[in-house]
Design a protein. Structure first.
Length: 208
């Protein structure tokens, strides 16, 4: 019985030692290179956006990054960090379908699984600004300059004091009653035919 007990103990100790050795071997073996996070910045790009990709990898020495627009490869680069950003150096416009594929590699050149993300570029809203304004006698006029990134037609609307108007070309006119004075807020909205909307708010003051 004693001999049998000693033999069982020896087998248990040998198994434990073998398991410990295997665990140590597994711990020192390099992991498989992998992409653990990929996201576009911004997440909803618009015409003219400088698109970036936030990237995080594990056990990778470098990565091959390929960008495509509407199925055509437009840019490729090697990324040599574990976490950071890479940028697309081509302009994007509304309707473009942008894809980026990332393949991680370890220091021995072994490739991990390729990961791909895709996003569609949206319509950018018009940009409005006051190009000039003038007050002559009892008449106020202003010119609203509008630039739409896609050169879409833009329709104007206005909220302001009673009697103030804006025409289709962005010209504001207001015939002022002789007793009118104070501060007035003007809100001009420009909306393109794809639903993009830009809003300009400014104020004018009248003293009598």
């Amino acid at each position: 019985m004693k001999l049998l007990f000693r033999l069982i103990c020896a087998l248990i100790l040998a198994a434990a030692a073998w398991g410990s050795a295997m665990a140590q071997d597994a711990a020192v073996q390099p992991g498989v290179p992998s992409v653990t996070h990929m996201s576009f910045d911004p997440s909803a790009p618009e015409t003219g956006t400088k698109l970036k990709l936030s990237l995080k990898m594990d056990s990778a020495a470098r990565a091959e990054v390929k960008w495509s627009i509407n199925g055509d490869e437009v840019h490729m680069e090697d990324y040599d960090g574990l976490e950071g950003q890479v940028s697309l150096d081509k302009p994007v416009k509304a309707g473009d379908r942008i894809s980026v594929s990332v393949t991680p590699y370890d220091s021995a050149g072994t490739a991990g699984e390729q990961v791909t993300r895709t996003v569609t570029c949206g319509n950018a809203p018009p940009f409005l600004r006051v190009a000039n304004q003038n007050l002559a006698g009892d008449k106020y006029t202003a010119k609203i300059e509008c630039k739409d990134p896609e050169n879409d037609p833009v329709t104007f609307s206005l909220q302001g004091p009673p009697g103030m108007r804006i025409d289709p070309k962005g010209n504001i006119s207001w015939k002022i009653d002789g007793a009118t004075s104070g501060s007035f807020t003007i809100v001009v909205t420009g909306k393109d035919d794809k639903g993009g909307q830009g809003v300009l708010t400014y104020s004018i003051g009248l003293r009598r």
